[in-house]
Design a protein around this ligand. Structure first.
Ligand code: NDP
Ligand code: 8X3
Length: 251
């Protein structure tokens, strides 16, 4: 039987590209997200490559997360890899102007959602005595930048949780890695700026950002290392980016 990877946030951007990359590595894919038609489209695109099981839930809803994984058909329970990718930024404002609903969204999705999904999947990996969890953090989990406040805090939490998971799971045979991208052109900025496509496009102008495929390649590399190797943490930036906010737009 081929290996199984769960990819959260597989309807767009990094998650979708990762699902495709892991399918090409021979994995069966459990693809999650809230947009049903996008999951079905991914399933169709991959029908000649692998089997895709779409699971529709909001990672904020812990009962829905628990139910989705508790009701997995038996042939989908031997989960080898979990890509904790679902997440977004909501807003970009000074802390004094922040919207409470944006703060709730970022902390509930990026932090608590990652925890709920991990809590549901770790028992399957423990049962097998092996597994690999890859958390998608960010350069924003390594640095704080102006107006990034709560998004940066959520990604610093992902950084802390990745380290904590690696320590707590060391006796179980489950590897934990963290991938921290800089600027990747996806729907990320459209979500951050609440559908303002022009403002979102401006984030990626004047330099060559990373693509979702660049991150998917890295994730596929990490999961295909030999069992005794763990790429624990990788910061991946566009060549034109030196830190969260320092860019060379003349490259
Ligand atoms: P996209 O907006 O393209 O994709 C976000 C994905 O997360 C979608 O599939 C979306 O699915 C899913 N998602 C968001 N909210 C929820 C929710 N409440 N429940 C379930 N799924 C949800 O952005 P990216 O691909 O860029 O982002 C993926 C990850 O990469 C995020 O964790 C982000 O913080 C991180 N990242 C992105 C960077 C960038 O520059 N783009 C840089 C560094 C890190 P759906 O809407 O269907 O639910
Ligand atoms: C996404 C990259 O710089 O917008 O995590 O925070 S950034």
């Amino acid at each position: 039987m081929s290996k199984i990877a769960v990819v959260t946030g597989a309807t767009s951007g990094i998650g979708r590209a990762t699902a495709v990359a892991l399918a090409k590595q021979g994995y069966r894919i459990i693809a999650t997200g809230r947009r049903k038609e996008r999951l079905e489209e991914l399933q169709q695109e991959l029908e000649d490559t692998t089997t895709v099981l779409p699971l529709l839930f909001d990672v904020r809803n812990k009962e829905a997360v628990q139910f989705a994984f508790a009701s997995l058909p038996e042939e989908w329970q031997q989960i080898d890899v979990l890509i904790n990718n679902a997440g977004n930024a909501h807003g970009l404002s000074p802390i004094q102007d922040g919207a409470l609903e944006d703060w709730d969204a970022m902390l509930d999705i990026n932090v608590k959602g990652l925890l709920y999904v991990s809590h549901a999947i770790i028992p399957f990996m423990q049962e097998q005595g092996k597994g690999h969890i890859i958390n998608v953090g960010s350069v924003a989990g390594k640095e704080v930048y102006a107006n990034g406040n709560v998004y940066c805090a959520s990604k610093h939490a992902v950084d802390a949780l990745s380290k904590a998971m690696r320590i707590d799971l060391i006796q179980t045979g489950i590897k934990v890695s963290e991938v921290n991208p800089g600027a990747v052109e996806t729907e990320f900025s459209e979500v951050r700026f609440k559908g303002d496509k022009e403002r979102a496009a401006a984030v990626y102008q004047g330099y060559q950002p990373l693509t979702a495929d660049d991150i998917a390649d890295l994730i596929a590399f990490i999961v295909t290392r030999p069992p005794h190797v763990n790429l624990a943490e990788v910061l991946i930036l566009p060549a034109a980016q030196a830190s969260a906010t320092v860019m060379n737009k003349n490259l």
